[in-house]
Design a protein. Sequence first.
Length: 507
Amino acid sequence: MTAQANIQNSVPTVKLLIGGKLVESTTSHWRDVVNPATQEVLARVPFATTEEMNAAVASAKEAFKTWRKTPIGARARIFLKYQQLIRENIKELAAILTAEQGKTLPDAEGDVFRGLEVVEHAASIGNLQLGELANNVAGGVDTYTLLQPLGVCAGITPFNFPAMIPLWMFPMAIATGNTFVLKPSEQDPMVTMRLAELAMEAGVPPGVLNVIHGGVDAVNLICDHPDIKAVSFVGSTKVGTHVYNRATQNGKRAQCMMGAKNHAIVLPDANKSQTLNNLLGAAFGAAGQRCMALPVVILVGEAQSWLPELIEKTKTLKISGGAEPGTDIGPVVSCSALDRIGSLIAKGIGEGATLELDGRNPEVAGYAQGNFVGPTIFSGVTTDMSIYREEIFGPVLCVLHADTLNDAIALINANPNGNGTALFTRSGAAARHFQEEIDVGQVGINVPIPVPVPLFSFSGSRASKLGDLGPYGKQVVQFYTQTKTVTQRWFDEDEVSGAVNTTITLK
Ligand code: NAD
């Protein structure tokens, strides 16, 4: 055996989950899972073979036969247990997440926690999956609806929330009586696998949750497989559009939450220090790798004079490994993400924006190999520049100016994306005007990252979303169920048969 092979054998492998068992893939195609702060190889993840992926779907199909009839209370109790297990293991989950993804430990705990909230919501499925009944819609006739599970459903998730987004998907799909095949991001699948193990420990029966790993082939198999009825996707606009088209052409339900370019508007009457703190957190937190980050700020009128203070505050942010206490900005996920961000910053300079703060090539003590880019601020940005048009997905803030609130609203509405936006003001009238006129699905009023809790649903709009229902909350119960409407009449035994009725009305 070669030295290289020995090193490879000492690195743990990420397993598949098929039929309730953790399975070592037989594939010859593997990828390293790398700590972005150090380049340490943490594990190797397989690109599952077609046979393995088909086996995962087959096990989900088989499990559906009994799971669909499992009493709703029994399903709910599994999620009560599951939320407890996630709470008990949240430190371990966050540590795995930070190691493979790079975000800070507190942010990693937040990632798990926002998913945990969906698990808690899944535990109240008894109230969520209720049908409706109308009594006496005609003489002696009642009509009622059943919300029945679809069958095998599937989820495809991105790298940036490897705990929260898988938890957006499989708990609600399973709680509503479906079985599930999950394909996590191949960049950071380890925390997702730990969550899948805890789901099994909580009592999810074998075959009800399956996990496959891979890339394009796995995604295409999910879109094409005739036994998969619905696909939930979160990721980039390019891949999401492909998934939506391919899955729906194959007759499946699909919902795709995709890319973003979220703007904040700052009015001069806003609370200045709160606003600047919120902007920093939303633009640079998680190294800008959030679909609800605020990579664009529009300073309106007098608020344009706040730029120097914004820059000075930004300089105080600490860049380091995500596991280091006090870190504000960890590494970006990969070397290729770092290169991409660097080339977009270079384009910004080339296209004439003013680089107010250059975060490239920061010195990070103890992490010489990490994928670090510090907070970067451009002013003088115009809407035709690449740094405005493209999703940078790094800690880069573009500052624009507008004379009035209406000018700023028009600018946002002209951008194709509609994931999130925020307004900072002390004026109730301005806030209400903004709420009414802005064409974006998730709106924050003095709230920088307005991701709804699961009592509501994630509701990005326009180019940030395909499909009409959101990924969690009440809307997803509709996504994962088929409404069956039953109209019934019962005859008394001694009722005398009337004339044959050839009209279509019930009386
Ligand atoms: P991505 O689109 O590259 O990957 C998402 C999934 O698609 C992964 O599982 C990946 O394996 C798979 N994939 C990648 N390339 C593929 C291809 N060519 N064909 C088929 N499948 C492919 O996204 P990412 O880089 O992991 O995540 C970041 C993106 O996700 C950003 O655009 C961000 O805005 C978006 N995002 C959106 C939301 C939202 O709710 N709107 C939430 C989180 C992330």
